[in-house]
Design a protein around this ligand. Structure first.
Ligand code: AMP
Length: 365
C-alpha cells in the first residue's frame, strides 16, 4: 500500500510515522528539500501544480491525501481524475472558502456566529449595522492560524481593515464571547464506519493553538458528535475530520472544519488507543478503524518559534517530545509535547512543567 501526500510538513511526517508499522509506504510532493516528512518516504520535489509530478504521484500511490486544505481546486480535480483522493475534492472546496463553509453549516442546521459576505467597503459598513461590534473581518480563502483576520472594534476600523485585507473577498463575523474553544475529531472510512474522539479543549493565543487537553465525559460531547456527524454524512466523507467549535452560554457554534489531521488532536499519538494519524490512514485505505478512546489523562503543548531543549523535556515524566525537523522562526510551530498519564495529578504536573518550558521557548511572541 502506498499513500501519496501533498505537503511534507509535520502533519505528513506524523502520518508517515504512524503508517510505517502498518506496512504503508509514502510518496510526498513538496517544493522543499528541507521539509520534515521527506526523509520518511519517496520525495517528489516541485510545485503543487506541477502536472508531471502530480501525474507521477497519482500513478505511484494507491490513494492521495493532503496535509493542508489550501490545495488549489484544479489540482484536486486533476488528481481525482487519475486516482482516489481522500478527503474528496468537494470536502476540500467547502473547507477552503469560509463563506461556502459557513453557508454549509447553516444548510445542515449547525449554528455559527452571525456572519455576512463582504465584497466591498460598502458591504462591510452595511453588514456592521446588524452584526454589531466587536467583529472579525476574515478573508474567505487562505486564512489559517489567525492570518487574514482583523478585529473590528468601532466604525473607524472599517476602512483601514478593508485596506489592510487588500479588498479580497471576505466575510465579517460577530466576535463571540466564548467560555471555551473545543474541537472534535472523527474518522470515517468508505464503508461508512465512524469513530469519534473525545473532545479537545483548546487554548489559542494570537490566533495560534497553544495547548489542547482531551476531555472526559464532556457535557458537549454528544452535541459536537451530532454536528460533525452531519458533515461526515453530507460530504460522504472519508478520512479524518476536525470540527472547531466555540462554547457560548451552553451552546455550540461552529467556527470551521479541517478536512485533514489536526493540531488539536496531536495528543492522540500517546493518549488514544489509535492516533488520529493512524485512523486517517486506515480510513483512506478502507481498513477497519481503531478505537478512539483515551488511554488516560492526556493533552499536548505546542512549541512556537524556538525549538525546545531536548534533555529538559525528556526529564519530565509522562512527556513525549515530537520535533518537526524545522529551524527556529518566529510564529512557526516547531515541535509539540504530548502528555499522557493514568493519574490526574501526574498529568497536571507534567503539563505545568512543559508549559513552563513552552513559555520560555515562545519568548519572541
Ligand atoms: P480561525 O482561523 O477562524 O480558526 O481563528 C483563529 C482563532 O481566532 C480562533 O481559534 C479563535 O480563538 C479566534 N476567533 C476566530 N473567530 C472568532 C470569533 N468569531 N469570535 C471570537 N474569536 C474568534
Amino acid at each position: 500500500m502506498k499513500v501519496g501526500i501533498l505537503g511534507g510538513g509535520q502533519l505528513a511526517r506524523m502520518l508517515a510515522l504512524a503508517g510505517v508499522p502498518l506496512g504503508i509506504e509514502f510518496i510526498i510532493l513538496d517544493p522543499s528539500a528541507e521539509a520534515g516528512a521527506v526523509r520518511l518516504g519517496e520525495h517528489l520535489q516541485g510545485d503543487y501544480d506541477d502536472k508531471a509530478l502530480l501525474t507521477q504521484l497519482a500513478e505511484k500511490a494507491d490513494v492521495v491525501t493532503y496535509e493542508f486544505e489550501n490545495v488549489p481546486s484544479e489540482v484536486a480535480a486533476f488528481l481525482s481524475e487519475k486516482t482516489t483522493v481522500y478527503p474528496s475534492a468537494n470536502a476540500l472546496a467547502v473547507a477552503q472558502d469560509r463563506l461556502v463553509e459557513k453557508n454549509f453549516f447553516h444548510q445542515l442546521n449547525i449554528p455559527t456566529a452571525p456572519f455576512a459576505n463582504i465584497t466591498s467597503l460598502e458591504d462591510l459598513q452595511q453588514a456592521m449595522t446588524t452584526i454589531g461590534y466587536p467583529a472579525i473581518l476574515k478573508s474567505r480563502r487562505m486564512g489559517y492560524d489567525g492570518k487574514g483576520q482583523i478585529v473590528l472594534k468601532t466604525a473607524d476600523d472599517l476602512a483601514p481593515a478593508w485596506e489592510s485585507i487588500q479588498g479580497v473577498p471576505s466575510i465579517v463575523e460577530g466576535f463571540v464571547e466564548f467560555t471555551r474553544e473545543i474541537s472534535i475529531l472523527a474518522a470515517r472510512n468508505p464503508k461508512g464506519e465512524v469513530v469519534y474522539y473525545p473532545l479537545s479543549e483548546n487554548q489559542h493565543s494570537q490566533g495560534i493553538l497553544r495547548v489542547s487537553e482531551a476531555q472526559k465525559n464532556d457535557r458537549m460531547q454528544a452535541k459536537a458528535q451530532k454536528y460533525v456527524g452531519y458533515l461526515l454524512k453530507e460530504l460522504d466523507y472519508v478520512g479524518l475530520i476536525a470540527l472547531e467549535l466555540f462554547e457560548v452560554k451552553g451552546k455550540l457554534l461552529a467556527n470551521e472544519f479541517a478536512p485533514r489531521v489536526h493540531n488539536s488532536g496531536h495528543w492522540t499519538i500517546e493518549g488514544a488507543k489509535t492516533s488520529q494519524f493512524e485512523n486517517h490512514l486506515r480510513a483512506i485505505l478502507d481498513l477497519p478503524l481503531g478505537s478512539a478512546n483515551t488511554r488516560g489523562f492526556t493533552g499536548m503543548v505546542n512549541f512556537i518559534s524556538n525549538v525546545p531543549d531536548v534533555e529538559k523535556i525528556l526529564s519530565i515524566p509522562n512527556a513525549h517530545l515530537h520535533l518537526y525537523d524545522k529551524s527556529a522562526r518566529k510564529g512557526r510551530k516547531v515541535a509539540h509535547v504530548g502528555i499522557c498519564s493514568n493519574n490526574r495529578p501526574n498529568f497536571f504536573s507534567a503539563l505545568m512543567s512543559v508549559l513552563e518550558l513552552a513559555v520560555q521557548c515562545n519568548v519572541d511572541d
